[in-house]
Design a protein around this ligand. Structure first.
Ligand code: DOR
Length: 442
Protein backbone atom coordinates (compact mmCIF):
# COMPACT_ATOMS: atom_id res chain seq x y z
CA UNK A 1 0.00 0.00 0.00
CA UNK A 2 1.45 3.40 -0.94
CA UNK A 3 2.51 5.65 1.92
CA UNK A 4 0.30 8.53 0.74
CA UNK A 5 -3.07 8.95 -0.95
CA UNK A 6 -1.78 12.03 -2.71
CA UNK A 7 1.53 13.81 -3.14
CA UNK A 8 1.86 17.37 -4.43
CA UNK A 9 5.27 17.34 -6.04
CA UNK A 10 7.56 20.11 -7.23
CA UNK A 11 5.60 23.19 -6.21
CA UNK A 12 6.57 26.16 -4.06
CA UNK A 13 4.78 25.87 -0.72
CA UNK A 14 3.77 28.94 1.26
CA UNK A 15 4.53 27.57 4.72
CA UNK A 16 3.90 29.48 7.97
CA UNK A 17 7.67 30.05 8.19
CA UNK A 18 8.20 31.13 4.58
CA UNK A 19 8.19 29.94 0.99
CA UNK A 20 9.91 26.61 0.32
CA UNK A 21 10.24 24.42 -2.77
CA UNK A 22 9.10 21.15 -1.20
CA UNK A 23 6.57 18.33 -1.52
CA UNK A 24 3.40 17.67 0.48
CA UNK A 25 2.04 14.24 1.31
CA UNK A 26 -1.62 13.64 2.13
CA UNK A 27 -3.20 10.73 3.95
CA UNK A 28 -6.86 10.33 4.96
CA UNK A 29 -7.73 13.93 4.10
CA UNK A 30 -4.97 15.48 6.18
CA UNK A 31 -1.43 16.69 5.62
CA UNK A 32 0.82 13.76 6.57
CA UNK A 33 4.25 15.01 5.52
CA UNK A 34 6.07 18.07 4.21
CA UNK A 35 9.53 17.50 2.74
CA UNK A 36 11.33 15.74 -0.08
CA UNK A 37 8.89 13.01 -1.16
CA UNK A 38 10.42 12.20 -4.56
CA UNK A 39 10.83 8.52 -3.71
CA UNK A 40 7.65 8.10 -1.63
CA UNK A 41 4.84 5.90 -2.88
CA UNK A 42 1.55 7.64 -3.62
CA UNK A 43 -1.80 6.54 -5.04
CA UNK A 44 -1.92 9.86 -6.91
CA UNK A 45 0.73 12.44 -7.68
CA UNK A 46 0.12 15.94 -8.95
CA UNK A 47 2.98 17.69 -10.69
CA UNK A 48 2.97 21.23 -9.27
CA UNK A 49 6.01 22.52 -11.16
CA UNK A 50 5.63 26.26 -11.68
CA UNK A 51 2.78 26.56 -9.18
CA UNK A 52 2.54 27.95 -5.66
CA UNK A 53 0.78 25.77 -3.11
CA UNK A 54 -1.17 27.80 -0.54
CA UNK A 55 -3.23 26.51 2.36
CA UNK A 56 -6.88 26.43 1.22
CA UNK A 57 -7.94 30.08 1.09
CA UNK A 58 -10.84 31.14 3.33
CA UNK A 59 -13.34 33.94 2.72
CA UNK A 60 -14.60 34.73 6.22
CA UNK A 61 -17.33 37.13 5.06
CA UNK A 62 -19.97 35.99 2.57
CA UNK A 63 -23.74 36.29 2.31
CA UNK A 64 -25.02 33.18 0.53
CA UNK A 65 -28.69 34.20 0.87
CA UNK A 66 -29.97 30.75 1.78
CA UNK A 67 -32.79 30.71 2.76
CA UNK A 68 -33.73 33.63 0.53
CA UNK A 69 -34.07 34.17 -3.17
CA UNK A 70 -32.66 31.33 -5.32
CA UNK A 71 -32.78 33.62 -8.36
CA UNK A 72 -30.01 35.63 -6.67
CA UNK A 73 -27.92 32.96 -4.89
CA UNK A 74 -28.14 29.68 -2.99
CA UNK A 75 -25.73 27.86 -0.75
CA UNK A 76 -25.00 25.50 -3.67
CA UNK A 77 -24.30 28.24 -6.22
CA UNK A 78 -22.41 30.46 -3.77
CA UNK A 79 -20.08 27.69 -2.64
CA UNK A 80 -19.57 26.57 -6.27
CA UNK A 81 -18.59 30.15 -7.07
CA UNK A 82 -16.20 30.08 -4.08
CA UNK A 83 -14.57 26.87 -5.30
CA UNK A 84 -14.21 28.04 -8.91
CA UNK A 85 -12.61 31.18 -7.51
CA UNK A 86 -10.02 29.16 -5.57
CA UNK A 87 -11.48 29.10 -2.03
CA UNK A 88 -11.88 25.99 0.12
CA UNK A 89 -13.96 27.50 2.97
CA UNK A 90 -16.38 30.36 3.52
CA UNK A 91 -18.06 31.77 6.64
CA UNK A 92 -21.71 32.50 5.86
CA UNK A 93 -23.56 35.52 7.26
CA UNK A 94 -26.91 35.18 9.07
CA UNK A 95 -28.99 37.97 7.45
CA UNK A 96 -30.91 35.55 5.29
CA UNK A 97 -34.71 35.50 4.91
CA UNK A 98 -35.49 34.46 7.57
CA UNK A 99 -32.33 35.27 9.57
CA UNK A 100 -30.31 32.62 11.44
CA UNK A 101 -31.01 33.71 15.01
CA UNK A 102 -32.11 30.61 16.91
CA UNK A 103 -31.18 27.01 17.56
CA UNK A 104 -33.78 25.59 15.20
CA UNK A 105 -32.62 27.59 12.16
CA UNK A 106 -28.98 26.96 13.00
CA UNK A 107 -29.55 23.20 13.21
CA UNK A 108 -31.47 23.35 9.94
CA UNK A 109 -28.62 25.19 8.23
CA UNK A 110 -25.99 22.74 9.49
CA UNK A 111 -27.96 19.83 8.05
CA UNK A 112 -28.84 21.71 4.87
CA UNK A 113 -25.26 22.36 3.87
CA UNK A 114 -24.36 18.63 3.76
CA UNK A 115 -24.60 17.45 0.16
CA UNK A 116 -25.04 21.04 -1.11
CA UNK A 117 -21.84 22.88 -0.14
CA UNK A 118 -18.87 22.67 -2.52
CA UNK A 119 -16.49 24.11 0.11
CA UNK A 120 -16.46 23.90 3.90
CA UNK A 121 -18.71 26.39 5.67
CA UNK A 122 -18.61 28.23 8.99
CA UNK A 123 -21.92 29.59 10.25
CA UNK A 124 -22.58 33.01 11.79
CA UNK A 125 -25.44 33.46 14.25
CA UNK A 126 -27.25 36.80 14.09
CA UNK A 127 -27.81 38.89 17.21
CA UNK A 128 -31.20 40.53 17.60
CA UNK A 129 -32.72 42.33 20.58
CA UNK A 130 -34.88 39.25 21.13
CA UNK A 131 -32.19 36.55 21.32
CA UNK A 132 -29.57 38.22 23.56
CA UNK A 133 -30.01 35.72 26.40
CA UNK A 134 -29.54 32.75 24.04
CA UNK A 135 -26.38 34.02 22.34
CA UNK A 136 -24.11 32.48 24.99
CA UNK A 137 -25.31 28.99 24.09
CA UNK A 138 -25.81 29.64 20.36
CA UNK A 139 -22.17 30.64 19.89
CA UNK A 140 -21.08 27.24 21.25
CA UNK A 141 -23.03 25.20 18.72
CA UNK A 142 -20.96 23.15 16.26
CA UNK A 143 -19.63 25.00 13.20
CA UNK A 144 -20.54 28.46 14.54
CA UNK A 145 -17.75 30.87 13.62
CA UNK A 146 -19.13 33.86 15.56
CA UNK A 147 -22.08 35.97 16.59
CA UNK A 148 -22.68 38.78 14.07
CA UNK A 149 -24.06 42.10 15.26
CA UNK A 150 -25.42 44.72 12.88
CA UNK A 151 -24.92 47.84 15.04
CA UNK A 152 -25.92 49.83 11.94
CA UNK A 153 -28.66 48.71 9.59
CA UNK A 154 -27.93 47.14 6.23
CA UNK A 155 -29.62 44.36 4.21
CA UNK A 156 -32.19 42.41 6.28
CA UNK A 157 -33.84 43.11 9.62
CA UNK A 158 -31.00 42.44 12.08
CA UNK A 159 -30.15 45.48 14.20
CA UNK A 160 -28.78 46.05 17.72
CA UNK A 161 -27.98 49.76 17.82
CA UNK A 162 -28.17 51.13 21.39
CA UNK A 163 -25.38 50.94 23.97
CA UNK A 164 -27.46 49.12 26.59
CA UNK A 165 -28.40 46.31 24.19
CA UNK A 166 -24.89 46.14 22.76
CA UNK A 167 -23.45 45.82 26.26
CA UNK A 168 -25.98 43.08 27.05
CA UNK A 169 -24.88 41.22 23.89
CA UNK A 170 -21.24 41.53 24.98
CA UNK A 171 -22.08 40.14 28.42
CA UNK A 172 -23.85 37.10 26.91
CA UNK A 173 -21.06 34.65 25.98
CA UNK A 174 -17.29 34.85 25.59
CA UNK A 175 -16.17 34.30 22.00
CA UNK A 176 -15.08 37.12 19.69
CA UNK A 177 -18.08 39.04 18.29
CA UNK A 178 -18.16 40.34 14.72
CA UNK A 179 -19.60 43.83 14.15
CA UNK A 180 -21.02 45.87 11.33
CA UNK A 181 -20.15 49.09 13.08
CA UNK A 182 -21.72 52.04 11.24
CA UNK A 183 -23.54 54.28 13.77
CA UNK A 184 -27.29 53.81 13.29
CA UNK A 185 -28.23 57.16 14.86
CA UNK A 186 -26.05 59.15 12.47
CA UNK A 187 -27.33 57.09 9.52
CA UNK A 188 -30.95 57.88 10.33
CA UNK A 189 -30.25 61.52 11.22
CA UNK A 190 -28.61 62.17 7.84
CA UNK A 191 -31.06 60.24 5.68
CA UNK A 192 -33.46 63.21 5.15
CA UNK A 193 -30.57 65.22 3.64
CA UNK A 194 -30.79 63.04 0.53
CA UNK A 195 -33.54 62.15 -1.93
CA UNK A 196 -34.32 59.55 -4.51
CA UNK A 197 -32.51 59.88 -7.83
CA UNK A 198 -29.43 61.69 -6.50
CA UNK A 199 -26.08 60.50 -7.95
CA UNK A 200 -24.78 57.26 -6.46
CA UNK A 201 -21.67 58.88 -5.02
CA UNK A 202 -23.90 60.35 -2.33
CA UNK A 203 -23.78 56.91 -0.75
CA UNK A 204 -20.38 57.77 0.76
CA UNK A 205 -21.60 61.23 1.75
CA UNK A 206 -24.60 59.83 3.62
CA UNK A 207 -22.74 56.95 5.29
CA UNK A 208 -19.72 59.17 5.89
CA UNK A 209 -16.42 58.76 7.75
CA UNK A 210 -17.96 59.92 11.03
CA UNK A 211 -20.72 57.39 10.71
CA UNK A 212 -18.13 54.58 10.64
CA UNK A 213 -15.78 56.19 13.16
CA UNK A 214 -18.47 56.97 15.76
CA UNK A 215 -19.80 53.42 15.48
CA UNK A 216 -16.37 51.86 15.95
CA UNK A 217 -15.48 54.19 18.85
CA UNK A 218 -18.68 53.26 20.69
CA UNK A 219 -18.00 49.55 20.20
CA UNK A 220 -14.37 49.84 21.35
CA UNK A 221 -15.44 51.63 24.55
CA UNK A 222 -17.98 48.90 25.30
CA UNK A 223 -15.61 46.08 24.36
CA UNK A 224 -12.96 47.36 26.74
CA UNK A 225 -15.49 47.91 29.50
CA UNK A 226 -16.88 44.38 29.20
CA UNK A 227 -13.59 42.70 28.22
CA UNK A 228 -15.39 41.01 25.33
CA UNK A 229 -13.21 40.49 22.24
CA UNK A 230 -14.40 42.21 19.06
CA UNK A 231 -13.73 41.84 15.35
CA UNK A 232 -14.61 44.96 13.38
CA UNK A 233 -15.76 43.87 9.95
CA UNK A 234 -15.12 45.83 6.76
CA UNK A 235 -13.17 48.72 8.30
CA UNK A 236 -13.41 51.38 5.59
CA UNK A 237 -11.78 54.57 6.88
CA UNK A 238 -8.26 55.78 7.63
CA UNK A 239 -9.61 57.19 10.91
CA UNK A 240 -10.91 53.84 12.21
CA UNK A 241 -7.67 52.06 11.28
CA UNK A 242 -5.73 54.64 13.30
CA UNK A 243 -8.12 54.23 16.24
CA UNK A 244 -8.02 50.42 16.14
CA UNK A 245 -4.23 50.39 16.54
CA UNK A 246 -4.94 51.52 20.12
CA UNK A 247 -7.40 48.70 20.75
CA UNK A 248 -5.40 45.62 19.84
CA UNK A 249 -6.08 44.25 23.35
CA UNK A 250 -9.76 43.82 22.50
CA UNK A 251 -10.14 43.99 18.74
CA UNK A 252 -9.11 42.43 15.48
CA UNK A 253 -9.67 44.00 12.07
CA UNK A 254 -11.14 42.98 8.74
CA UNK A 255 -10.70 44.97 5.53
CA UNK A 256 -12.51 44.10 2.32
CA UNK A 257 -11.03 43.38 -1.09
CA UNK A 258 -13.32 46.14 -2.43
CA UNK A 259 -11.88 48.78 -0.10
CA UNK A 260 -8.39 47.71 -1.25
CA UNK A 261 -9.33 47.83 -4.92
CA UNK A 262 -12.03 50.42 -5.66
CA UNK A 263 -12.33 54.16 -5.09
CA UNK A 264 -15.13 56.67 -5.61
CA UNK A 265 -14.59 56.81 -9.39
CA UNK A 266 -16.53 53.50 -9.31
CA UNK A 267 -19.80 55.38 -8.63
CA UNK A 268 -19.58 57.18 -11.98
CA UNK A 269 -18.56 54.02 -13.83
CA UNK A 270 -20.82 51.43 -12.17
CA UNK A 271 -23.76 53.37 -10.67
CA UNK A 272 -25.73 51.09 -8.33
CA UNK A 273 -23.16 48.31 -8.88
CA UNK A 274 -20.72 50.31 -6.74
CA UNK A 275 -23.08 50.67 -3.77
CA UNK A 276 -22.23 48.72 -0.64
CA UNK A 277 -22.19 49.24 3.14
CA UNK A 278 -19.89 50.61 4.39
CA UNK A 279 -19.30 52.54 1.18
CA UNK A 280 -16.47 52.65 -1.30
CA UNK A 281 -14.58 55.87 -0.45
CA UNK A 282 -11.87 58.10 -1.88
CA UNK A 283 -8.21 57.27 -2.56
CA UNK A 284 -7.02 58.46 0.88
CA UNK A 285 -8.85 55.57 2.55
CA UNK A 286 -7.62 53.02 0.02
CA UNK A 287 -4.04 54.11 0.73
CA UNK A 288 -4.66 53.84 4.48
CA UNK A 289 -6.07 50.33 4.02
CA UNK A 290 -2.90 49.23 2.20
CA UNK A 291 -0.73 50.85 4.88
CA UNK A 292 -2.71 48.85 7.45
CA UNK A 293 -2.09 45.64 5.47
CA UNK A 294 1.62 46.49 5.38
CA UNK A 295 1.98 47.25 9.11
CA UNK A 296 -0.08 44.32 10.39
CA UNK A 297 -3.15 46.25 11.58
CA UNK A 298 -5.33 44.10 9.32
CA UNK A 299 -5.98 40.53 10.45
CA UNK A 300 -8.35 39.32 7.74
CA UNK A 301 -9.29 40.25 4.19
CA UNK A 302 -12.74 39.11 3.03
CA UNK A 303 -15.06 39.78 0.10
CA UNK A 304 -18.39 40.58 1.80
CA UNK A 305 -19.95 38.74 -1.15
CA UNK A 306 -23.47 40.19 -1.09
CA UNK A 307 -25.43 39.33 -4.23
CA UNK A 308 -28.63 41.14 -5.23
CA UNK A 309 -30.76 40.99 -8.38
CA UNK A 310 -29.90 43.36 -11.22
CA UNK A 311 -33.35 44.95 -10.76
CA UNK A 312 -32.55 45.70 -7.08
CA UNK A 313 -29.15 47.18 -8.03
CA UNK A 314 -30.57 49.32 -10.82
CA UNK A 315 -33.23 51.15 -8.80
CA UNK A 316 -32.43 54.86 -8.33
CA UNK A 317 -30.17 55.68 -5.38
CA UNK A 318 -30.81 55.27 -2.42
CA UNK A 319 -33.70 52.88 -3.10
CA UNK A 320 -31.45 50.18 -4.57
CA UNK A 321 -29.85 47.30 -2.67
CA UNK A 322 -26.38 47.65 -1.12
CA UNK A 323 -23.87 44.86 -1.60
CA UNK A 324 -21.51 43.50 -4.25
CA UNK A 325 -20.68 39.99 -5.43
CA UNK A 326 -17.12 38.90 -4.67
CA UNK A 327 -16.70 35.30 -3.56
CA UNK A 328 -15.60 34.13 -7.02
CA UNK A 329 -13.27 37.05 -7.70
CA UNK A 330 -11.47 37.73 -4.40
CA UNK A 331 -8.62 35.28 -5.01
CA UNK A 332 -7.76 36.37 -8.59
CA UNK A 333 -7.91 40.03 -7.50
CA UNK A 334 -5.74 39.47 -4.41
CA UNK A 335 -3.25 37.53 -6.55
CA UNK A 336 -3.22 40.49 -8.94
CA UNK A 337 -2.41 42.75 -5.98
CA UNK A 338 0.45 40.36 -5.13
CA UNK A 339 1.70 40.59 -8.73
CA UNK A 340 1.56 44.38 -8.52
CA UNK A 341 3.80 44.24 -5.44
CA UNK A 342 1.21 45.48 -2.92
CA UNK A 343 1.66 42.46 -0.63
CA UNK A 344 3.52 39.16 -0.60
CA UNK A 345 2.00 35.71 -1.06
CA UNK A 346 2.94 35.02 2.57
CA UNK A 347 0.95 38.04 3.73
CA UNK A 348 -1.98 36.95 1.56
CA UNK A 349 -1.91 33.56 3.30
CA UNK A 350 -1.75 35.35 6.65
CA UNK A 351 -4.85 37.41 5.73
CA UNK A 352 -6.94 34.62 4.17
CA UNK A 353 -5.79 31.48 6.03
CA UNK A 354 -3.94 32.02 9.32
CA UNK A 355 -5.86 35.26 10.06
CA UNK A 356 -9.36 33.77 9.84
CA UNK A 357 -8.20 30.66 11.75
CA UNK A 358 -6.76 32.82 14.54
CA UNK A 359 -9.57 35.39 14.77
CA UNK A 360 -12.42 32.85 14.73
CA UNK A 361 -10.61 29.97 16.44
CA UNK A 362 -10.98 27.51 13.55
CA UNK A 363 -9.15 24.23 14.09
CA UNK A 364 -7.35 22.16 11.46
CA UNK A 365 -7.36 24.93 8.85
CA UNK A 366 -5.29 27.91 7.78
CA UNK A 367 -1.78 26.41 7.79
CA UNK A 368 0.30 24.08 5.68
CA UNK A 369 1.37 21.90 8.59
CA UNK A 370 1.29 18.21 9.45
CA UNK A 371 -2.05 17.10 10.85
CA UNK A 372 -3.99 20.00 9.33
CA UNK A 373 -6.79 19.47 6.78
CA UNK A 374 -5.38 18.80 3.31
CA UNK A 375 -7.01 21.92 1.86
CA UNK A 376 -4.91 23.61 -0.84
CA UNK A 377 -5.27 26.44 -3.30
CA UNK A 378 -2.81 26.02 -6.19
CA UNK A 379 -2.04 29.24 -8.01
CA UNK A 380 -0.21 30.08 -11.20
CA UNK A 381 1.32 33.51 -10.68
CA UNK A 382 2.17 33.80 -14.38
CA UNK A 383 -1.33 33.15 -15.65
CA UNK A 384 -3.01 36.27 -17.05
CA UNK A 385 -6.76 36.33 -17.38
CA UNK A 386 -9.56 38.87 -17.58
CA UNK A 387 -12.56 38.54 -15.23
CA UNK A 388 -15.65 38.09 -17.38
CA UNK A 389 -19.27 38.28 -16.30
CA UNK A 390 -20.00 35.02 -18.20
CA UNK A 391 -17.67 33.24 -15.73
CA UNK A 392 -19.78 34.23 -12.71
CA UNK A 393 -21.94 31.32 -11.50
CA UNK A 394 -24.03 33.19 -8.89
CA UNK A 395 -27.50 33.33 -10.48
CA UNK A 396 -27.63 37.14 -10.10
CA UNK A 397 -25.01 37.05 -12.85
CA UNK A 398 -22.89 40.17 -12.36
CA UNK A 399 -19.57 41.32 -10.92
CA UNK A 400 -18.30 44.86 -10.33
CA UNK A 401 -14.90 43.64 -11.58
CA UNK A 402 -15.85 42.62 -15.14
CA UNK A 403 -13.00 43.53 -17.49
CA UNK A 404 -10.34 43.53 -14.75
CA UNK A 405 -7.21 41.79 -16.08
CA UNK A 406 -5.47 39.74 -13.40
CA UNK A 407 -1.93 38.44 -13.27
CA UNK A 408 -2.06 35.33 -11.08
CA UNK A 409 -4.95 32.86 -11.08
CA UNK A 410 -6.12 29.90 -8.94
CA UNK A 411 -5.85 26.81 -11.15
CA UNK A 412 -6.73 24.06 -8.69
CA UNK A 413 -8.36 23.61 -5.29
CA UNK A 414 -8.07 20.53 -3.11
CA UNK A 415 -10.56 19.96 -0.32
CA UNK A 416 -9.59 17.55 2.46
CA UNK A 417 -7.31 15.55 0.16
CA UNK A 418 -9.42 15.35 -3.01
CA UNK A 419 -9.19 17.62 -6.05
CA UNK A 420 -12.41 19.66 -6.03
CA UNK A 421 -11.66 22.24 -8.74
CA UNK A 422 -9.29 22.10 -11.68
CA UNK A 423 -9.03 24.64 -14.49
CA UNK A 424 -12.55 26.08 -14.27
CA UNK A 425 -14.29 22.81 -13.51
CA UNK A 426 -15.73 21.61 -10.25
CA UNK A 427 -15.03 17.92 -9.76
CA UNK A 428 -17.30 15.27 -8.24
CA UNK A 429 -20.13 16.17 -5.92
CA UNK A 430 -20.51 18.83 -3.20
CA UNK A 431 -18.35 17.51 -0.33
CA UNK A 432 -18.29 20.59 1.88
CA UNK A 433 -19.02 20.24 5.58
CA UNK A 434 -19.08 22.46 8.65
CA UNK A 435 -15.82 24.13 9.67
CA UNK A 436 -14.73 23.17 13.21
CA UNK A 437 -14.05 25.80 15.88
CA UNK A 438 -12.23 25.15 19.15
CA UNK A 439 -14.94 26.68 21.30
CA UNK A 440 -17.97 25.44 19.36
CA UNK A 441 -18.62 21.81 20.07
CA UNK A 442 -22.27 21.79 21.03
O1 DOR B 1 -23.36 46.15 1.36
C1 DOR B 1 -23.71 45.32 2.18
N1 DOR B 1 -24.50 44.29 1.84
N2 DOR B 1 -23.30 45.44 3.45
C2 DOR B 1 -23.80 44.66 4.42
O2 DOR B 1 -23.45 44.86 5.56
C3 DOR B 1 -24.80 43.63 4.12
C4 DOR B 1 -24.72 43.21 2.73
C5 DOR B 1 -25.91 42.41 2.28
O3 DOR B 1 -26.26 41.44 2.96
O4 DOR B 1 -26.50 42.74 1.25
Amino acid sequence: MPAFDLVLRGGTCVLPWGEEATDVGVRAGRIAAIGDLRTAGAAETIDCTGLHILPGLIDAHVHLRDPGDPAVETLETGTRAALLGGLTAVFDMPNTAPSITDRERLDWKRGYLEGRAWVDVGLYVGASKKNIAELASLELQPNVCAVKVFAGSSTGDLLVEDDASLEAVMRSGRRRICYHSEDEYRLQERKPLFHSGMPHRNHMVWRDVDCALIGTKRLMTLARRTGRPAHILHVSTAEELELLRDYRDVSTVEVLLNHLTQTDEAYDRLGGYAVMNPPIRDERHLRAAWAAVADGTVDVVGSDHAPHSRAAKERPWPDGAAGLTGVQTIVPLMLDHVSAGRLSLSRLVDLMCAGPARVYGATGKGRLAAGYDADFTLVDMKRQRTIEESWIVSPCGWTPFAGHRCTGWPVMAILRGAVAMREDEVIGTPRGTGVRFAEARG
